[in-house]
Design a protein around this ligand. Structure first.
Ligand code: FES
Length: 401
């Protein structure tokens, strides 16, 4: 695939950052969009009233989390945790900013695409959340009503996991179980983009902003601690690609950053009693404090915008509480990409490459985890193969002479 990354120059970044932002609102309400960009994410409660339903949906989603007697235990855990989680949302302003950021990113992205690819314009972004409105099924109805020619399903998790992007994609397959896929819309999918050079660059720029806050006598020794949402070890052992994709983003970011600082990848937000991927972020902060490493930067490497895991877990629980108790001298938290011009250029480059010459669906997506036993995954992947008109590449069906 021919990359147009090299053509995303400083002038384009400047145009995107200034003109697209100033006209963001008008571009998303384009009258007759030709190309839909469907931004998938889990979403977060906009108000504390939505917290109970949000937790209920997460705890009953077997793609996201697997519990014994889930239909009873999931709702029970959700209702037990609602008050505590509402309190956390109140502490960050009363709700998640994820919808606000996704809409901002979508408007800037489609504005950039209208400039880069007039042949597929007008582009319109759609938000499809898994656990709060706008729900995936409502968004797909809206796309059908708008009558677009082309629809790109674009995961906002750069690193693929069966628990996150996989769950959102299964929700799309569910929606079309008893409904015909519109034959007049050409569907395709971007399900991972963990090593895109501009994604690495925006993370590097976010880290540099924080490195600059340290005294120059210690700057080169600040430990850069990349942190990502953890995953149950059961999912890792099944063959979920998320851990190595997150590690690939870390490696690309460090190469782009080009500094002598040490770095580590650690994992946050574990839920429940079962073992998850370690080391945990809070434990790592404490352990480094004991080793005498007292200057740290936390870098959320798997979130493209701020939400509860950055604003509460990292900022309040880890930076304000854990680090202080552990005796850390200085800890900074790199901002999520949000509306950084380099990030908007990354989104635009990922989608533009896909629209110009990308495969409708990657073979990486069509291949299941080696130990996947979920009939849901099997049928979902077959659904997307057909939805995106990809021939069956199963080698069992090929005869050799
Ligand atoms: Fe990964 Fe089913 S669990 S494809």
């Amino acid at each position: 695939m021919m990359s147009i990354f090299n053509r995303v120059n400083a002038a384009l970044l400047q145009r995107i950052s200034v003109s697209a932002y100033s006209t963001a609102v008008e571009t998303s309400s384009v009258a007759k969009p030709k190309t839909a960009i469907i931004m998938l994410n889990m979403g977060g409660p906009q108000t504390t009233d939505q917290v109970g339903d949000y937790l209920h949906r997460i705890m009953t989603d077997r793609d996201m989390i697997q519990l014994p007697v889930q239909s009873r235990l999931g709702p029970w855990i959700a209702s037990r945790r609602t008050e505590e989680v509402q309190k956390k949302y109140n502490e960050i302003g009363g709700g998640s900013p994820i919808l606000k950021w996704t809409n901002t990113q979508g408007r800037l992205l489609t504005k950039a695409l209208d400039q880069m690819l007039p042949e597929s314009a007008p582009h319109k972004h759609y938000v499809a959340f898994r656990y709060v409105p706008p729900f995936t099924e409502d968004t797909f109805q809206e796309i059908e009503r708008d009558g677009v020619d082309r629809a790109v399903i674009f995961s906002q998790y750069p690193q693929y996991s069966c628990a996150t992007t996989g769950s959102s994609l299964n929700a799309i397959a569910d929606f079309y179980k008893n409904r015909q896929v519109p034959p007049n819309i050409k569907f395709s999918m971007i399900e991972r983009w963990a090593t895109h050079p501009l994604l690495a660059r925006v993370f590097a720029e976010r880290i540099q902003e924080k490195l600059d806050k340290f005294d120059d006598r210690i700057r080169d020794n600040v430990l850069i601690m990349f942190t990502a949402h953890s995953l149950p070890l059961k999912a890792v052992s099944r063959g979920d690609t998320y851990p190595h994709e997150v590690a690939a983003t870390v490696a690309a970011t460090m190469a782009e950053l080009n500094v002598p600082n040490p770095h580590r990848l650690v994992w946050q937000s574990k839920v429940g009693p079962l073992p998850w991927l370690q080391p945990y972020t809070d434990d790592a902060i404490k352990a480094y404090a004991k080793q005498g490493r007292k200057h740290l930067i936390l870098v959320p490497i798997a979130f493209v915008n701020e939400h509860i895991e950055t604003l509460h877990e990292l900022d309040i629980e880890y930076c304000d509480e854990v680090a202080k108790e552990a005796g850390i001298t200085q800890i900074e938290r790199a901002a999520a990409p949000n509306d950084h011009p380099t990030f908007i250029a990354a989104l635009a480059d990922v989608v533009a490459n896909h629209l110009k010459s990308g495969p409708a669906v990657n073979k990486q997506f069509l291949t299941r985890c080696p130990h996947c036993v979920s009939p849901r995954c099997e049928s979902s992947k077959e659904f997307f193969r057909k939805m995106c008109s990809v021939p069956d590449f199963n080698l069992q069906n090929v005869t050799t002479s």
